[in-house]
Design a protein around this ligand. Structure first.
Ligand code: ZN
Ligand code: FE
Length: 253
């Protein structure tokens, strides 16, 4: 069993992902900011889309779903909690539900926080997190409170560390500029910020990123660290409270 994953830049800074099960030939897309670049990527590989996975209801993740479905007949999978504000679903899912791409099975994780009803899709070796856990960051809290997002991030943090995290936007350089303000002594973070600058200068995406790297460098996951707690003036405070303070600081950075 092996999944081939193709990153497709859409709009100004969104990413969609094609996920190809080489054994069965099934091909899924995760989020559809825009149908055209996805149809082009499919045609270039002679792939037929079988499944459309939706992470959350924001326009920049669903705008192209109806056109893509009309042109390919692919099944649409999204959260039952958001059924009233998503394109028509063929499979409505909730936390713990199984999903599949051909022969490959995945699991649905509720990662509410950015929105209520945001889901992530976890397949062997890969998790699609969109605007929950992001490279060096996490999504803004438009609908959820800090405690909800913190609980969601903890679920993702508990996945195998060798999991690749596929998030929804190219925000990593800006996230890194903030990260160093709350975690200035972290040498792994400093190295990553330099790597990100090199990649962006070369026009390369900075996602996916290994979960182990996020655990070591993402300031939001680092809310558990005594150094970060002290840096934001909350030495000894509960992790969730420190996360809330880091999120508050990022909002006005
Ligand atoms: Zn969003
Ligand atoms: Fe987004």
């Amino acid at each position: 069993m092996s999944l081939e994953i193709v990153t497709i830049p859409c709009r100004t800074d969104n990413y969609a992902y094609l996920v190809h099960d080489e054994e069965s030939g099934a091909v899924a897309v995760v989020d559809v900011p825009d149908a055209a670049p996805i149809l082009k990527a499919l045609a270039a590989r002679n792939w037929t889309l079988t499944d459309i996975f939706i992470t959350h209801h924001h326009q920049d993740h669903i705008d192209g779903v109806d056109r893509l479905k009309a042109e390919t007949g692919a099944r649409v999978i999204g959260a039952v909690a958001d059924i009233h504000r998503l394109p028509a679903l063929d499979q409505a899912v909730r936390e713990g539900d199984r999903v599949r791409i051909g022969a490959v099975e995945g699991t649905v994780i509720d990662v509410s926080g950015h929105t209520i009803g945001h889901v992530a899709f976890h397949f062997p070796g890969a998790v699609f997190t969109a605007d929950s856990l992001m490279a060096l960051g996490c999504g803004r809290l438009f609908e959820g409170d800090p405690a909800t997002m913190w609980a969601s991030l903890q679920k993702l943090a508990a996945l195998p560390p060798e999991t690749q995290v596929y998030s929804g936007h190219e925000y990593t350089a800006a996230n890194g500029a903030f990260a160093v303000t709350v975690d200035p002594a972290n040498t792994a973070l400093a190295e990553r910020v330099a790597d990100v600058a090199r990649a962006r200068a070369a026009g390369e995406p900075t996602v996916p990123a290994l979960l182990s790297l996020e655990l070591a460098t993402n300031p939001f996951l680092r809310a558990t660290s005594p150094e970060v707690k002290a840096q934001v003036g909350l030495a000894g405070a509960p992790d969730a409270e420190v996360f809330a303070e880091i999120r508050r600081r990022k909002d006005c950075f």
